[in-house]
Design a binder for this molecule. Structure first.
Ligand code: FAD
Ligand code: NDP
Length: 456
């Protein structure tokens, strides 16, 4: 039988992780339990904190996220103590965690907020980059300044932002789906955006209305103390502000999209040369950029499942994340979701007693609300789960705005809003209060009717 941990420190509440989830959790505990000590254990020397919080509407919130030195959190909340160390092991039966610097902490309640790491298409290949934290974003920027052509794999948040932001570098964008951005929006919105994107010189980029993650006060993240082998906290909206995302070429944008394909094989330059010499059955003449007409020698070559091959300087694997549960949670009996996250109920409780989880490390396992889900879009924007018994209404001005609403039984169930529509608050209210809108019919999207005045 394993010996119980001798406590070197103990706290009623212990939180693991200094990202936005862990810090918010520690702050809330500090506010609600002012006489208790809260220990925040994090592998990173900086924390992420919410500032300038504003409640915009019933469920829409606006805030800044700032990176701050760990000491700033302790100054703001005297009952929070930050321990800068990686957690090596959880012993849930003994209610204790072991940290990389050899300390043992006993808890009554533990909240795990250890985040996630990029799920790369190929681990350990120096030409395959993932973007997660300040260091990985800076490494990406460094590589990009020397690049003429890169490949981006994935169709989610990072890929969408990158293809829009990168200039002076050809981008081959490989996606599994028929249309871009299916993680976020529908095929109609994708078409609206694709035509803007592949124009060689898109109009001036849309000014940001939203507040930003700041880089002020950011420290170079020191080597992880305690050797947890984990990285810094995740970036967030506007993460590329302050980064120079420009390659070596003079043109603005040059994007080629390869749909319905995945990466089959990656060759380093020498491997590719040998394979070509042996006349392996490489596909020919699929596209003007395919290797047959491409005389340039590239550091790396990517063979896609649609049989095309592209040479490029490097590959960005924007292919999602894996929750940080290993190795420190091994040996405990957590229920995990399909994505590997710790399953939590609607009280953020995991399947192990006295252990809660929040943020990217967890997977919500409660029944989702019938009209709400977490996306930048509203409600059931793609008629998710509504069956065939629904109607779509559309208002689109090419290059300017795309407004789609999903209606069922006269009620608004979801919406996609692209461009400066100013409809988000009104539509959010209409979705949440489920007002019967049957009498308005198609006038609901009439641009001459000021809906905001009408329904507020
Ligand atoms: C480029 C990019 C852009 C994004 N844009 C958006 C956006 O526009 N909107 C949006 O909502 N979301 C966005 N996200 C996602 C968002 O950033 C994450 O969902 C969120 O930051 C996750 O926070 P977290 O606290 O769960 O995890 P993290 O920020 O990853 O924090 C995890 C913390 O745990 C610590 N840790 C890990 N393991 C251990 C251990 N063993 N011991 C001790 N400490 C440990 C780490 O050091 C870190 O401090 C973006 C993400 C990226 C990468
Ligand atoms: N605005 C926002 O909210 C933003 C959020 N983020 C967050 O940051 C994290 C990382 O972003 P990102 O990497 O873009 O992750 P996402 O989860 O957003 O998207 C991953 C994409 O990669 C695809 N994919 C997965 N595996 C493969 C594969 N082997 N080959 C090809 N495609 C694959 C997925 O397709 P499929 O779904 O079909 O598996 C999906 O289209 C995510 O948690 C994301 O939500 C990032 C930027 C902005």
């Amino acid at each position: 039988m394993e010996a119980a941990c001798p406590p070197l420190a103990s706290g009623k509440f212990v939180v693991v992780g200094g990202g936005i989830a862990g810090v918010t959790c520690a702050e809330q505990l500090a506010i609600h339990f002012p006489s208790e000590d809260i220990l925040l254990v994090t592998a990173s020397p900086v924390i992420k904190a919410v500032t300038n919080f504003k409640q915009v509407s019933k469920v829409l919130e606006e805030f800044d996220v700032e990176e701050q030195p760990n000491t700033m959190l302790e100054n703001r909340f005297p009952n929070i103590k930050v321990i800068e160390s990686g957690v090596k092991q959880l012993k849930s039966k003994e209610h204790c965690i072991l940290t990389g610097d050899g300390s043992q902490l006993v808890y009554k309640k533990l909240c795990l907020c250890a985040g996630a790491k990029p799920k790369l298409i190929c681990e350990g290949n120096p030409y395959v980059l993932g973007i997660r934290d300040t260091d990985s974003a800076q490494e990406f920027q460094k590589q990009l300044t020397k690049a003429k052509r890169i490949m981006i794999v994935g169709n989610g948040g990072i890929a969408l932002e990158l293809v829009y932001e990168i200039e002076g570098c050809e981008v081959i964008w490989a996606i599994k789906d028929k249309a871009i951005g299916n993680t976020f929006f529908d095929a109609g919105a994708a078409e609206f955006l694709t035509s803007k994107l592949i124009a060689e010189k898109p109009e001036a980029k849309i000014a940001h209305k939203r507040t930003r993650y700041t880089t002020e006060g950011r420290k170079k993240e020191a080597q992880t103390k305690g050797g947890a082998g984990t990285l810094g906290s995740a970036l967030g909206p506007d993460w590329h502000e302050g980064l120079n995302l420009k390659g070596t070429k003079e043109f603005s944008h040059k994007i080629h999209i390869e749909t319905m394909c995945e990466v089959k094989k990656i060759y380093l330059q020498e491997e590719f040369r040998i394979a070509k010499k042996k006349s392996l059955p490489f596909p020919r003449d699929h596209h003007e950029q395919s290797v047959t007409t491409d005389t340039e020698a590239w550091p790396v070559y990517v063979e896609l499942t649609n049989e095309k091959i592209y040479g490029c300087d490097f590959i960005v694997s924007a292919t999602g994340v894996t929750p940080n549960t290993e190795p420190f949670l091994c040996g405990n009996n957590f229920d995990v979701g399909e994505d590997g996250g710790l399953k939590v109920d609607d009280h953020m409780h995991t399947s192990v007693s006295d252990i809660y989880a929040a943020g990217d490390v967890c997977t919500a396992s409660w029944e989702p609300s019938p009209v709400w889900q977490q996306v930048v879009l509203l409600g059931k924007y793609n008629a998710q789960g509504l069956g065939s018994d629904h109607e779509l209404m559309l208002r689109c001005t090419k290059g300017q705005e795309y407004v789609k609403v999903v209606m069922q039984n006269g009620r608004m169930m979801g919406a996609v809003l692209i461009g400066e529509t100013d409809l988000e608050e009104t539509f959010e209210n209409l979705i949440l209060n489920q007002m019967d809108l049957s009498s308005y019919g198609e006038d609901l999207l009439d641009p001459n009717i000021d809906l905001e005045d009408y329904f507020d």
